[in-house]
Design a protein around this ligand. Structure first.
Ligand SMILES: [Mg+2]
Length: 217
């Protein structure tokens, strides 16, 4: 399935009313593409813990390089509850990211930043914000936005799960794209009426096409 879903009712979580979470967007700043990691850039492995399991998805490095060449900062935002659960350490996560960066460099590109959230969820509902930084919360996107001076209104979020799409919506990105190279949505999520509008593409290559075509005059 590709194409654009019908806009549905707006997602309006309660955290919006809290002054703790000011949206740090910089009008006229650099636009970004926020990228989920597993099932979006690299192959999805359940609780990835070994650098030998890190494998770039076909075309992912080339898609990232095209986005960077067009002026987008590419920022990885990854939920890492495996840390919160004690299954991997931050040091092991660092080695996994070193290996991903090595493979990206070998393919002639890089990412501009990597943000992770170690929080462990208490619910299986991927639309529920339990921690500001854990997707679908916008906290990791806000953190990178503040650090890099990004313009959220001109930025995009790409991922393979509902929580990724909603993180982009909750951060007020220009658009969110669901790629079909990872976990995808379960049936209840497909029928969820509370999800805001988002796009669906086959993979990161076609997601980059959508973004770059949207910039065409
Ligand atoms: Mg994923």
């Amino acid at each position: 399935m590709t194409g654009e879903l019908e806009p549905q009712s707006s997602h309006n979580p309660s955290w919006r009313s809290s002054s703790r979470f000011e949206r740090p967007s910089v009008p006229g700043g650099q636009p970004a593409v926020f990228l989920d990691r597993d099932g979006t850039i690299i192959e999805h492995v359940h609780y990835l813990s070994d650098v030998l399991q890190v494998r770039l998805l076909p075309g992912a490095a080339q898609a990232i390089e095209r986005l960077r060449a067009a002026g987008y900062a590419c920022v990885v935002v990854t939920n890492q509850s495996a840390i919160g659960r004690g299954m991997i350490t931050e040091a092991q996560l660092g080695l996994i990211h070193d290996e991903m960066n090595r493979q990206l460099a070998a393919a002639g590109t890089a990412v501009d930043a990597i943000e992770f959230c170690p929080a462990t969820p208490g619910s299986a509902d991927r639309s529920l914000i339990e921690h500001i930084d854990r997707k679908p919360g916008p906290g990791m996107l806000f953190r990178a936005t503040a650090a890099l001076g990004l313009d959220l209104d001109a930025s995009w979020m790409i991922g393979d799960m509902l929580s990724d799409v909603l993180a982009g919506v909750n951060a007020g990105c220009r658009g969110s794209i669901l790629v079909q190279t990872g976990k995808g949505l379960d049936q209840a999520e497909k029928e969820n009426e509370t999800v805001a509008a988002y796009h669906v593409t086959e993979d990161l290559t076609t997601a980059a096409d959508l973004i770059l075509n949207s910039d065409a005059p």
